[in-house]
Ligand binder design. Structure first.
Ligand SMILES: NC(=O)c1ccc[n+]([C@@H]2O[C@H](COP(=O)([O-])OP(=O)(O)OC[C@H]3O[C@@H](n4cnc5c(N)ncnc54)[C@H](O)[C@@H]3O)[C@@H](O)[C@H]2O)c1
Ligand SMILES: O=C(O)CC[C@@H](O)C(=O)O
Length: 527
């Protein structure tokens, strides 16, 4: 039974899927301190949060069973991604569900700041009938500058066009063709600062976007410009904005997000009549909260049940077309990794993965993760496809990928070579239609064996009677041989024997095998 902890008032309708799942129990909690969460987190397989709960390194360290953190929303700046990746915890988000809600709040803010709606409301309910102070401006024919033309920025642009605004966008990933298609002009941050009547930001908060609008940009702005931030606190320099309002450059601002949330009681935004503030409400619509909770619940279930998932933040996304090609190979890849990891002694220096045949021409990185996971899981605990590459790198294991379009015998072939300081070994496998996964080569020896169950890999010199000796010893100790393969290059030369057995070979029997003078090496594997 999987235990899921749901925090921060995530929509009940959205988590119905988890409540209905027979293999899941759900606990709902809110407002826990870091220490309170640390005290209970070891019980849980999954944690679901909005932006309120900070999932810190200390929480991750206490979360011994945790497989997944689900963020019901876009931004994952409240989750320590590095700590999650190191521990193999998948972090997923729901990138699409609250786009429209946040876009609409941005528009509401833009209209509010154009017409001073909250300020006028406050006076009116206070008994004043003030029709002189609140003369606003129209949006039509005004220039809107948008920094960040992703999901939300693009939706804002679409609506602005309908309002008759001219839109200038800045986004490193916005091509001229796409800009033209959506009717947006391209501009730099400084060009936008100089030309816009309204500026709205829709980027993530990164080192590059922190204070992307600061004193130098305010100095370029036209008098009367209005500024909106419904993305992340810190993208606009708050103190520089207050100065620009005081100097008369900025006519008004509307903020949903702050450098520190909630802002301190003496934050200069809170008593400034030209700044409209809301408490991080961008995603707070019934529809958005249901959407994001449903999306995250689905993904959490996939991860708990070891099924394919898509929205992992600490793993690059894989297009469905690539995933469809690669997925059948995941088990083979992991087993090849386990095989070579268990048969190679000494510290691994390099893993060379070669793809041939139909596996070339696609980005095989996800499959490589399964292979590396298989190799490392022999030596390390808690390796999974999220942290496999990170663990390899942190242990100075070089992962090399090779692709060759030609595979002489098979339509597809995956080879894994492991290099240690003094040694190297290779295993290759394929997926045979109707037969499933097969190991087809071990070092220089061609073989044909299903990579399942208990295996014995024995290297020896090719002499008469050896197979009999091994069979007799195993038989006398009640170890039944299910299949056997022998491989050699030349008569009387070095050879290998690969046996599958119905049960694990006991340690003392392995010891007796190793003492047979004709055998060079004996490895027991479990796949
Ligand atoms: N207020 C809220 O409640 C709320 C709700 C949802 C999202 N958000 C925030 O809104 C922001 C946008 O969300 P989204 O879903 O549109 O994200 P998105 O990933 O679809 O778009 C972000 C865009 O920013 C661009 N970008 C990155 N660095 C940039 C830079 N240096 N200069 C210009 N552009 C840059 C990216 O290329 C991308 O196109 C995020 O910060 C998100 O956390 C806030
Ligand atoms: O209300 C929330 O959960 C925050 C939403 C928003 O900031 C996000 O990043 O998705």
């Amino acid at each position: 039974m999987y235990k899921v902890l749901v925090m921060d008032g995530i929509s009940d309708l959205g988590i119905q899927l988890l409540n209905d799942a027979a293999d899941v129990t759900v606990d709902k909690k809110a407002g826990l301190s870091e220490d309170e969460l640390i005290a209970i987190i070891a019980d849980y397989d999954a944690l679901m949060v909005r932006s309120q709960t900070k999932v810190t390194e200390r929480i991750m360290a206490a979360a011994s069973k945790l497989k997944v953190v689900g963020r019901a929303g876009v931004g994952v700046d409240n989750i320590n991604l590095e700590a999650a990746t190191q521990r193999g915890i998948v972090v997923i988000n729901a990138p699409d569900g609250n786009t429209i809600a946040t876009c609409e709040l941005t528009f509401a803010m833009m209209m509010s700041v154009a017409r001073s709606i909250p300020q006028a409301y406050k006076k009116t309910v206070g008994g004043e009938w003030d029709r002189k102070t609140f003369v606003g401006v129209e949006l039509r024919n005004k220039v809107l500058g948008i920094l960040g033309m992703g999901r939300i920025g693009s939706e804002v642009a679409k609506r602005a066009k309908v309002f008759g605004m001219e839109v200038i966008g800045y986004d490193p990933f916005l091509t001229e063709e796409r800009a033209e298609k959506i009717g947006v002009k391209l501009g730099t941050v400084n060009e936008i600062s100089a030309k816009a009547d309204f500026i709205t930001v829709h980027t993530p908060l990164t080192n590059e976007t922190r204070h992307i609008i600061a004193r130098p940009q305010f100095e370029l702005m036209k008098k009367g410009v209005r500024i909106i931030n419904c993305a992340r606190g810190g993208i606009i320099d708050e103190m520089a904005l207050v100065e620009a309002i005081e100097s008369g450059t900025v006519a008004g601002a509307a903020f949903d997000v702050y450098e520190q949330e909630p802002p301190q009681a003496d934050h200069p935004f809170l008593n400034n009549p030209k700044i409209i503030v809301t408490p991080h409400l961008g995603a707070s619509t019934v529809e958005a909260q249901e959407n994001v909770a449903i999306d995250v619940s689905e993904e959490v279930l996939h991860i708990l049940r070891d099924e394919p998932f898509k929205n992992a933040v600490n793993m690059p996304p894989v297009p469905a077309t690539v995933m469809n090609k690669l997925q059948p190979y995941f088990t083979l890849g992991e087993k090849l990794g386990q095989f070579i990891g268990q048969t190679t002694e000494g510290a691994v220096k390099e893993i060379v993965v070669s793809y041939a045949g139909e596996l070339t021409g696609v980005d095989t990185t996800p499959l490589t993760r399964y292979i590396v996971k298989g190799v490392l899981s022999n030596q390390l605990e808690g390796v999974n496809i999220v942290n496999a590459m990170h663990l390899a790198k942190s242990r100075d294991v070089n992962v090399v990928i090779q692709q060759s379009s030609a595979s002489k015998t098979f339509t597809n072939l995956v080879s894994v070579k492991l290099k240690t300081k003094n040694d190297e070994h290779l295993v290759a496998g394929t997926l045979l239609s109707g037969y499933g996964e097969r190991i087809v080569q071990i070092d220089q020896y061609p073989v044909d064996i299903a990579p399942n169950g208990n295996l014995l890999l024995i290297s020896h010199n090719d002499k008469p009677g050896i197979i009999g000796k091994v069979g007799t010893l195993l038989g006398n100790n009640d170890v039944n041989i299910a299949t056997m393969q022998v491989g050699r290059k030349v008569i009387g030369g070095s050879a290998i024997m690969l046996l599958t057995t119905d049960k694990q070979t006991p340690k003392e029997v392995l010891q007796q095998l190793k003492q047979l003078p004709e055998l060079i090496d004996v490895n027991e594997l479990s796949l």
